[in-house]
Design a protein around this ligand. Structure first.
Ligand code: PLP
Length: 365
């Protein structure tokens, strides 16, 4: 196959070409079954084997402990903003750390279901460029959980280490929205009660949401919680209480196998650091491009960056697309440019971007 363009979309995002090729080859007939995966009953032995393998591979990749359930759900990250409080808050208190648009949305949505309060924020005049030190968080003893977004996709702010709430004297479960950097590094499960992620960034097609939840947090859903979103019900039915997003699970499973072949999450982290270091280095060294996020919490996955003159963005994007560098437009709420460097983005893609940035600066800087 000829070289595909480099796709920097924040999500839905690029998938490994190998995975797409395998899916194409299996489209009409999966493993001699005479059926494509989209056409299979989710209760048939073929699809059950696909789902079991995907779950086992994910458990291996992220070293998910046996006392955590892996749930394949639907509704994306935004639905989890309601599903989590309906399952965990019992309508009581929950604390939120707001570090960008996504945790802000989670905080706002949770207020419909519980007494959600702000424990900490990094917002300064609408900007999010730092992380509030965990020791400064105002955590309530009566809260049922603490929510944070470990990688803010729009503002490009990442927790490089999850906070240790126990060390802060709090026994609360930590809920982590890791939608946009899941599988780019290991997760310290001793610090997490629940982690969720929409699949469409670093895993597979939209339509699948992964939830990894500690056993003791099941079984506390509020009565308003739809049965299909009650973690206990979903867990008891092996994510087959209602029809799961079968094709998305299949593609996610192919991505998990691809990741294992590449060397797993440790190798993904090594590559992520290499790619991000290259791009941030080019931005900082240019005297033309800029990124305002503090060095200690810059996202390795989503890199927003800016130029000194608004009028330059249209020609930058046009020239980028001509060179096969796609979807670099910044999120509408912050403007500028954004390069998302998920697992499927090879180092060569970032090298091509950096060399185009240098060329563009030479012409317009
Ligand atoms: C960190 C994060 N959380 C939540 C969401 C919302 O996901 P969805 O559109 O799947 O509901 C996104 C989407 O970009 C995200 O980046």
């Amino acid at each position: 196959m000829k070289q595909r363009p480099y796709n920097f979309s924040a999500g839905p995002a690029a998938l490994p070409a190998e995975v797409l090729e395998q899916a194409a080859a299996e489209m009409l007939d999966w493993h001699g079954s005479g059926m494509g995966v989209m056409e299979m009953s989710h209760r048939g032995k073929e699809f059950i084997s696909i789902a079991h393998q995907a779950e086992a591979d994910l458990r291996r990749l992220l070293a998910v402990p046996p006392n955590f359930h892996i749930l394949f759900m639907q509704g994306g990250g935004l639905a989890e903003n309601a599903i989590v409080p309906m399952n965990l808050s019992a309508g009581a208190a929950a604390d939120f750390v707001v570090t960008g648009s996504w945790s802000q949305k989670s905080f706002k949505e949770a207020k419909k279901y519980c007494d959600a309060q702000l424990a900490a924020t990094n917002a300064v005049e609408g900007r999010h460029t730092t992380l509030p030190a965990p020791a400064s968080w105002k955590l309530r003893r009566e809260a049922r959980y603490v929510h944070l977004c470990s990688n803010e996709t729009i503002h490009g702010v990442e927790f490089h280490e999850l906070p240790d709430l126990q060390a802060l004297g709090s026994g609360l479960p930590l809920v982590v929205d890791c939608s946009s950097h899941i599988l780019s590094r290991a997760i310290d499960w001793s610090r997490v009660g629940l982690a969720f992620a929409g699949a469409q960034k670093n895993i597979g097609p939209a339509g699948l949401t992964l939830v990894m939840v500690r056993e003791d947090l099941l079984g506390h859903a509020m009565s308003v919680c739809p049965s299909a979103f009650d973690y206990k019900t979903v867990a008891e039915h092996g994510s087959m209480y209602n029809t799961p997003p079968t094709y998305s699970i299949y593609i996610a499973g192919l991505v998990f196998q691809w990741l294992l072949r590449q060397g797993g999450v440790a190798e993904m982290e090594r590559r992520a650091i290499e790619k991000a270091t290259l791009l941030y280095g080019a931005i900082d060294g240019s005297g033309f491009y800029s990124n305002q996020v503090d060095a200690g919490c810059r996202s390795r996955m989503n890199v927003p960056f800016f130029m000194p003159d608004e009028r330059l963005y249209a020609p930058f994007l046009e020239g980028a697309a001509e060179r096969g560098l796609l979807q670099l437009k910044g999120h509408k709420s912050v403007g500028g440019l954004r390069a998302s460097l998920y697992n499927a983005m090879p180092l060569q893609g970032v090298q091509a971007l950096v060399s185009y940035m240098t060329e563009f600066q030479a012409r317009h800087g």
